[in-house]
Structures are given as C-alpha cells and as structure tokens.
Write a protein that binds this ligand. Structure first.
Ligand SMILES: [Zn+2]
Length: 254
C-alpha cells in the first residue's frame, strides 16, 4: 500500500520491515486475493492494511447479523473506501432474532462491563458466529477464485470465544477443503495471523502500517461514542496503553 492508501498497489512499501514480518502461517507467501472478514473493528482493519501492504488484492466482507453495534458496519465501509477496495455487506439481520440470549443480538440482554476473562463476558458470545461468517467468505472465495480468506481473531479472544482458537481454524480449514474439493484454488488457506498475538501487538503493527484507528469501531453498545467500559472497550483501551501508542478513541466514560 502506498501513501495514497491504494489497496493491492504495486508502489514502494513505506513500512517494508513491518509488512514482511513473519506472522503465523501467512509468513511463507503473499496472498494474491484475500476475502477479509471486516467488522469495522480494530483487529480486522489492521489485518486488511497488513494484507494490502503485502500486495494482496482485497475484498472486504461485512456481515449484518442483527448486532446491536451495527454502527461498526459503517466503519467497515469507511475502511473499504480508504483502502479503495470493494466491500460486500451481507444482510443476515434476521439471524439476530434467532440468537436470543446473546447480549450482542438480544435487546433484552444488557452488555456486561469488564474484562474478557470475566465470567459475565459469556453473555457476549454469538452462537457459531465465526463459522457462519467464514462459510460465507469461503463460498465467495470459491466463486471469485480467491486464494485466501482472512479474519482477525487474536489470542485475547481465546478465553471467551471458542471459535477464535487455533484448533477451530485448523479444523474448520480441513472441513471447507473437503466440502469444496476441486473447487477452491490449490493454494487456498484461511489466514488468521493474529491468533497468537495480543491486541497490544496488533495496535503496534497497525501504528506502523499507518492504520487510521480513529476510523475503527469496537464498542459492543453501539452508541454515539465508545462506552469505555464494556469488554471490547476495556481491551481496546488497555491495548493502546500497553503499546505506548496514542489512543484517538473518544470514550463516554473515562
Ligand atoms: Zn464499549
């Protein structure tokens, strides 16, 4: 990516040292075309910038699953515009009605405050969310002959979200290879380069890549500003503090 923010550009990389750093399984090659699950959040945005800097053509995939923080989708659209990449928004809003019991899709449930390691955070699990979104992304990869599906799960997610663990990605990849045998391009892989990285690592990488953090959205409450106290706001604040990178986010509660 060059200073104009072009995606998949062939221009000189101005963050060469960072973008060539080995992270996870993607270290051995540079993807040609990646379908990136893009929520508009910090992790998936850094992931998109990282892939763009590696020269990949990107298609951003955003999913409306009836989440209360639907505002994040506008941020994903913003990021797509900045990267000059196509974005597909899939409307699964009706799904939210079926997922009663999750604080992210059930208006009757309140969003808990605290840390991801807190038991109360189980209320923010959305049943089978990553498998649902990855399945759509893989189907797009088949149709468009993309060689990579990428998503931004990271080590801090493991405590609460079972579908953000390396064993899930490994087994899911085996499943989709079987389900789409002869249809996926040979070199196809699911890339989740942050699985063993902390959010602090992701913030540092994003800063080096020039990611516009202020254009990303994390808060589960989805109000006018980040609340500053829900699980993802807490993690976001901590990541900036620990990384030593200035946090441009406006939080309601300080
Ligand atoms: Zn929040």
């Amino acid at each position: 990516m060059d200073s104009s923010g072009r995606c998949g550009a062939t221009g000189v990389l101005f963050v060469r040292d960072v973008v060539t750093m080995p992270i996870g399984s993607a270290a051995h090659r540079h993807p040609r075309h990646a379908i990136v699950i893009a929520s508009g959040g910090l992790d998936s945005t850094v992931l998109a910038y990282w892939l763009a800097a590696r020269g990949a053509e990107l298609t951003l995939l955003s999913v409306d699953y009836g989440q209360r923080h639907r505002v994040e989708l506008e941020h994903a659209t913003d990021i797509a515009r900045l990267l000059n990449c196509p974005q597909e928004i899939i409307d699964l809003s009706a799904l939210g009605r079926l997922l009663a019991g999750s604080a992210l899709t059930d208006a009757e449930m309140s969003v808990p405050d605290g840390y991801y390691t807190d038991k109360s955070m189980r209320a923010t699990v959305v049943p089978n969310r990553n498998a649902i979104m990855l399945d759509i992304a893989v189907a797009m990869a088949v149709a468009r002959k993309a060689d990579v599906v990428a998503f931004g799960a990271h080590a801090g997610d493991h405590a609460i979200y079972p579908d953000c663990r390396p064993e899930f990605v490994e087994r899911f990849t085996r499943s989709v290879r079987t389900a789409n045998e002869g249809l996926l391009v040979d070199e196809f892989e699911i890339v989740a380069p942050f699985l063993t990285q902390s959010k602090t690592d992701i913030v540092r990488l994003g800063a080096a890549l020039g990611v516009p953090f202020e254009r990303t959205w994390s808060c589960y409450r989805g109000e006018a500003e980040h609340c500053g106290t829900c699980g993802t706001c807490t993690e976001r604040k901590e990541a900036f503090e620990q990384s030593g990178i200035s946090d441009p986010t406006r939080y309601r509660a300080v």
